[in-house]
Design a protein around this ligand. Structure first.
Ligand SMILES: Cc1cc2nc3c(=O)[nH]c(=O)nc-3n(C[C@H](O)[C@H](O)[C@H](O)COP(=O)(O)OP(=O)(O)OC[C@H]3O[C@@H](n4cnc5c(N)ncnc54)[C@H](O)[C@@H]3O)c2cc1C
Length: 381
């Protein structure tokens, strides 16, 4: 057994913090560097499937999530004027005592993970990145942006979709590509009738609402847009109101009226990327969005990031060489990543179909999605 004793994590997002926590549990010395001096997390809410809540349980943050976020069962699908046409079940894969999904404000989840990272004993440096990664024997010599240096048995690149670590180790890797959709997010007071994820099946867009706490809910809308546009923030409220105009349901009309400068509206063109195998070079490995990012139609990116961290830490602890552990990590993760990517793309494309064809496509995929999405997170997953 030659498990790494000293690991550097580059990037303090969901994947990097989870890797730090999981490695500390196994007694590894962990340094984590995060570019943002304030360690902020932007955006409104994040939707979480049962697989993410299972990962929270593994990480030890499930109770904090249940206290500060919102857990619920099922996804309600509505017609534009309000009636529910279907309630999609969300099996309780984190355990019989935990609902099958949920949501939380991103900054709140980031704070919970940051506290757990520090409590686990990881050494965190903010406002810091790497400036050079030099492979040396069974390790990597690292120069940091603040002029300091360090030597590590393994470096984990967890620095997101535009990863500088990926560019450093695999300059030939593809760059993220725009998928022809952009997403809107906003936070509004929680409507008393919204008790779980609720989506409205409109002709062009499918607005959704998800409670993020007892008092707030976040709205998500994916909008097909052929070009990767930049929209000035002064237009946000008007644009989102325009997207909701075709939905007479009084709940959505109330949300439409409530939108204003305090709604934390976020607009993001969606990009995706899949790093070809292997997701590592020597002793530098990529996790989370740095290795694979898909469109957010499945709401699974966060889950994949957390699972990557868990599977990598477990492989490093149980496989008899670092090289074989990195191989095992990629072999275990790639099929799940590819499946989420494929389903997410299909769901995005279905937005462009006529309504009847889109609804038939959604129904046809439903059963398979349920079966695949809840496979156990084991070596065979
Ligand atoms: C619009 C949108 C909506 C989404 N909605 C959902 C959802 O509802 N549910 C869900 O599960 N997933 C969702 N996702 C996906 C999810 O947000 C990502 O998959 C997840 O955040 C990936 O985590 P990460 O830690 O790998 O990367 P990131 O969250 O991008 O974190 C990377 C971190 O690295 C830091 N960093 C960057 N460069 C450097 C550097 N050079 N040195 C040091 N640090 C650096 C950054 O500051 C950041 O803190 C959504 C994604 C998008 C774009």
């Amino acid at each position: 057994m030659s498990a790494p004793r000293r690991v550097l994590v580059i990037g303090g997002g969901f994947s990097g913090m989870s890797a730090a926590i999981e490695l500390r549990k196994r007694g590894v010395d962990v340094d984590l560097v995060e570019l943002d001096p304030a360690w902020r997390s932007y955006g409104a809410g994040i939707s979480l499937g049962g697989a993410t809540l299972r990962a929270f349980r593994t990480l030890g943050i499930l109770d904090a999530f249940l206290t500060h976020g919102f857990a619920s069962d099922g996804v309600e699908l509505h017609l534009p004027h309000g009636p529910i046409v279907s309630t999609v079940p969300t099996p309780r894969i984190a355990g019989p005592d935990v609902p099958g999904g949920g949501s939380i404000m991103r900054p709140v989840l980031a704070r919970i993970l940051a506290e757990a990272t520090r409590a686990a004993g990881a050494h965190v440096r903010l406002g810091c990145s790497f400036s050079a990664l030099e492979p040396r024997g069974d390790g990597v010599d690292v120069r940091f942006s603040d002029g300091t240096e360090g030597r590590y048995d393994l470096v984990i690149g967890a620095d997101g979709i535009h990863s500088a670590v990926r560019r450093a180790i695999a300059p030939e890797a593809p760059e993220p590509t725009y998928v022809g959709q952009s997403v809107w997010r906003a936070v509004v007071p929680r409507h008393p009738a919204i008790n779980t994820v609720s989506m409205w099946l409109g002709p062009n867009v499918k607005p959704g609402l998800n409670p993020v706490s007892a008092t707030e809910m976040y709205m998500f809308i994916t909008e097909p847009r052929p070009t990767k546009d930049r929209i000035d923030a002064s237009e946000f409220v008007g644009r989102v109101r325009g997207l909701l105009a075709d939905f007479p349901d009084p709940i959505l009309q109330q949300v439409r009226e409530q939108l204003g400068p305090s709604s934390s509206i976020v607009f993001r063109p969606v990009e995706r990327l899949l790093m070809p195998r292997p997701w590592y070079r020597g002793r530098v490995v990529l996790i989370g969005d740095a290795a694979h990012a898909s469109s957010p139609m499945m709401g699974q990116g966060g889950s994949l990031a957390l699972e990557d961290a868990w599977v990598l830490a477990e492989a490093l602890h149980s496989v008899d060489s670092v090289e074989r552990a990195l191989d095992a990590y990629v072999v275990r993760r790639e099929p799940r990543v590819r499946w989420v990517r494929q389903e997410s793309q299909a769901a995005g494309e279905s937005l462009r179909l006529p309504v009847a064809a889109r609804n038939a496509a959604l129904r046809a995929r439903g059963a398979e999605m349920m079966e695949h999405r809840f496979r156990p997170l084991t070596a065979r997953a």
